[in-house]
Design a protein around this ligand. Structure first.
Ligand code: ATP
Length: 435
């Protein structure tokens, strides 16, 4: 079932609580670019860390990579991006506005006129110049996907990591696309982050691995608490597939603006390695160290967006409920993703003993988990404030604590409170977060 929260509510919560801001806001903003504030930066990091752990550290058949954003321009000739990474655009002859041809019907969405120019191909790669000369020999592109950084390093990784097929290379990094119509908040932007895997297999095993990766990647979102009913798989039709691709399945999430792609998992055959071998003149075959077999591996590519995942986790976590006749907004993030794990709150700000105890507890806990201390409102308000950003546990120090050396620990979702002896608090918290 779709979350009934509106995008306006999410956007305003993100701004009010410091998750996501408009880029360059004081100058009126920049279209298609967003900045992650203190809480957004933590959330996004946690998502990337969870992805890296599941896809690199927890597996025997994967290694990581961090390639540069700027690449040799020949890369994009080999990959086909210079030729084919285009949208078809039309101009309205009346109001001069420009649209994607597949986004206009009979009439201009802006002014209603029915007179358009012929469609022209518009390349989505962002161009810049390297060095002091701004001529065509200095043109480079900001990468439109991280994947090519993996393919051009295939030989380096093959020769240094001694992995045998099947194995994969994972990478997280920024990509850039000059999207004609950025929108839906951080869903479609011109600068974004991707989490990509190129998994190299024997050609005969590619189909089986494709299936496995689709299941694995779907389960990753579920394991991090995303509502399974708001996730679905969508298999591409023949007409949607790139000419070299023999299958692609998207993982979609039911956003407030409808079902939309979080991640695509494609079987790219041996296209990329063959292209780069041809354009670079290098031998990009895989040679098995035991059997001496030589093969150009097939590639399964699970390719997801960090920003889209972050937005989906935010939307999915959002809940509004009534507690004792007053409204409570709570972000029910999975505890691995919550930007703040523990808030330490003094019940009486006037008592210096309570305050210093609470600060000491915070200083100790933050060695293990992300923590905040807050004494700027009444306890009821402090709880609501933490609920609204998804803080998992609140630890309250009250006058009794000074007597019995115990604190109150309140859990976000159940709002249940337990008294815990201070000398056991740290192990209680660490156990809760599996540290
Ligand atoms: P779309 O059809 O939505 O434009 P795509 O199929 O072109 O996406 P891919 O090229 O498969 O996207 O990129 C892989 C992933 O990178 C996407 O699933 C998405 O999560 C992310 N991504 C792609 N373009 C953008 C963008 N403009 N803004 C944010 N994330 C993006």
């Amino acid at each position: 079932m779709k979350n009934s929260v509106s995008m306006d509510t999410i956007v305003s919560l993100c701004k009010r609580r410091g998750f996501i801001f408009q880029s360059s806001e004081i100058y009126g903003g920049l279209s298609g670019a967003w900045d992650y504030g203190p809480l957004g930066a933590e959330l996004k990091r946690n998502i990337k860390d969870a992805w890296w752990k599941a896809n690199v550290h927890d597996r025997e058949d994967m290694v990581g990579l961090d390639a540069s954003i700027l690449m040799h321009p020949e890369t994009w000739n080999a990959s086909g991006h210079t030729q084919n990474f285009t949208d078809q655009l039309v101009d309205c002859k009346a109001c001069k506005r420009r649209f994607r041809a597949d986004h206009v019907g009979d009439s201009c969405p802006a002014c209603g006129a029915k007179d358009f120019t012929e469609a022209r191909a518009f390349n989505l790669m962002l161009k810049t110049h390297l060095g002091a000369m701004e001529d065509s020999s200095s043109v480079v592109y900001l990468r439109p996907e991280t994947a090519q950084g993996i393919f051009v390093n295939f030989m380096n990784v093959r020769d240094t990591s001694r992995k045998r097929l099947p194995f994969g290379i994972a990478q997280i990094g920024k990509s850039f696309r000059n999207e004609i119509t950025p929108g839906n908040f951080t869903f479609r932007t011109r600068e974004f982050e991707q989490m990509e895997i190129e998994f190299f297999t024997h050609p005969g095993e590619a189909q089986e691995w494709h299936k496995r990766w689709i299941e694995d990647r779907f389960q990753w979102y579920v394991n991090l608490g995303m509502t399974p009913d708001r996730l679905r798989l969508r298999k591409h039709g023949e007409d949607e597939l790139a000419h070299y691709s023999v299958g692609c399945t998207d993982i979609e999430y039911e956003f407030p603006f409808g079902w939309s792609e979080l991640e695509g998992i494609a079987n790219r055959t041996d296209f990329d390695l063959k292209q780069h071998a041809q354009f670079s003149g290098k031998d990009l075959k895989y040679k098995d160290s035991v059997t001496q077999e030589e093969v150009i591996p097939f590639v399964i590519e699970p390719s997801g967006g960090v920003d889209r995942a972050t937005l989906a986790f935010l939307v999915d976590a959002y809940h509004e409920e009534q507690v004792n006749d007053s409204p409570r907004v709570v972000l029910r993030f999975h505890k691995k993703l919550a930007p703040i794990k523990v808030a330490v709150l003094p019940l009486l700000k006037k008592s210096s003993e309570i305050v210093s105890k609470a600060k000491a507890i915070k200083a100790d806990l933050q060695k293990n988990v992300t923590c905040v201390y807050d004494d700027t409102a009444s306890i009821g308000k402090l709880y609501r404030r933490q609920d609204e950003v998804g803080t998992v546990l609140c630890v309250t120090v009250d006058p009794e604590s000074l007597e019995d050396q115990q604190v109150t620990v309140r859990e976000r979702d159940s709002m249940q409170q337990v008294r815990i002896p201070m000398d056991r608090l740290k192990s209680y918290v660490c156990e809760h977060f599996g540290n």
